[in-house]
Design a protein around this ligand. Sequence first.
Ligand code: HEC
Ligand code: HEC
Length: 374
Amino acid sequence: MSWSRQLAGSAALALALAATVAGACGDDGGSGAPTEVNPAPEGKPWATLAEWGIFADAATQTPNARVVRYDVMSPLFSDYAWKHRFLWVPEGKTVGYTATGPWELPVGAIVVKTFALPVDARDPSKGEQLLETRLLVHESGGWAAHTYVYAAGDPDPAHAKRTVAGAIRAVSWVDEDGATRTNDYTVPNTNECTDCHGTAPNTHLLGVRSRQLNHDAMYDGVSENQIDRVGEVLGFASAPPPAAERPTMPDPFGDAPLVDRARAYLDANCAHCHSAEGAVNQKALFFDWEHSDPASATPLDIGICKVPTSAGGATCERIYDIVPGAPDESILMCRVESDEPKVIMPPLGRRLVHDEGAALLREWIAAMPADDCH
Ligand code: HEC
Ligand code: HEC
């Protein structure tokens, strides 16, 4: 078992090396696609994904040299899409490590996130249906946001075209319970990117943070800390502390204490709007990891016994955002469990209810010491 994995690993390494060698000649054997990252001129994004030269093989999401794959500990829920994330900075530039907050990436940096659905979530070997690849490109005036939409059943990045107006794609897949699911998967229009990532020139990265990246992943068949990997391949401006001294956040569906799992979920799924830097900071509802620490949190800040600040939002005829011990009296639960446009939270980025996420928040509220808020 471990033998064959090692063999597979070294075969992959050999392929990667071959790709690097080919890359040196700037030729991939005739298709014309660049074999290393090929940034577009500022303000003139390429029309197709292939021109960026991010992938050696888009079908398997195998990146070109110096493009570092990473994943986040607590992902944003996007209608059960699987994601592939990558980071690149131009040769000669480095990454600015920060303990909290998004990392400081240099002008020229590109961060990539591909959305895909499994054919069958129980068996990854059956492959994926690629939906879109999103890019955030650091230009001198701030981050530019683009998305490239794959044609159904066609992983060729030469056919994945930049789409500004968004798109809807009817999809189906088999979920982890073996049930066939369907959805109108929605590619956002590029104005909507700023609703979560901030409006230019204050557009920012959301997941490229130490607490999201500080864990191991497999690289060339070997397990390695993702932040160390970034240091090796791209380099940091100044060395971060060792892994054990960097911030972390637990897997919301792992085995950490319930409160911390709920906090990690809220941080990734809600805090880009509900935080001091977020688009709805005037609501004074703060779901970022720092604000939700029970050792220091002000209960009202995370919605406990909080009456919504405006009559505009849906309340489901409930009074408080969170009633400790009573999920069914909490506005938060009905909004998270809804798929109706006026009620749904988050209001963007999903159409389906995240059953597992809603169950986690339900469990979190139910476990709070009961308080009727009077
Ligand atoms: C509903 C909110 C939301 C919308 C809308 C959204 N994003 Fe994001 N995006 C996130 C969150 C949260 C993360 C970090 C968590 C993760 O990677 O799962 C993220 C991560 C990313 C990343 C990886 C770098 C980073 O910031 O961590 C890229 C690239 C990206 N988004 C591009 C886009 C583009 C381009 C659009 C518009 C086409 C867009 N996003 C729309 C919430 C959103
Ligand atoms: C894309 C931005 C965005 C994201 C992400 C988001 N929200 Fe909201 N939220 C809003 C806006 C805008 C309002 C105010 C309008 C309304 O109530 O519909 C709001 C209001 C609320 C309210 C009522 C707040 C009050 O006190 O007035 C609750 C509760 C809430 N959101 C919970 C959540 C939860 C839980 C998540 C994550 C699962 C989440 N939201 C993610 C934008 C967002």
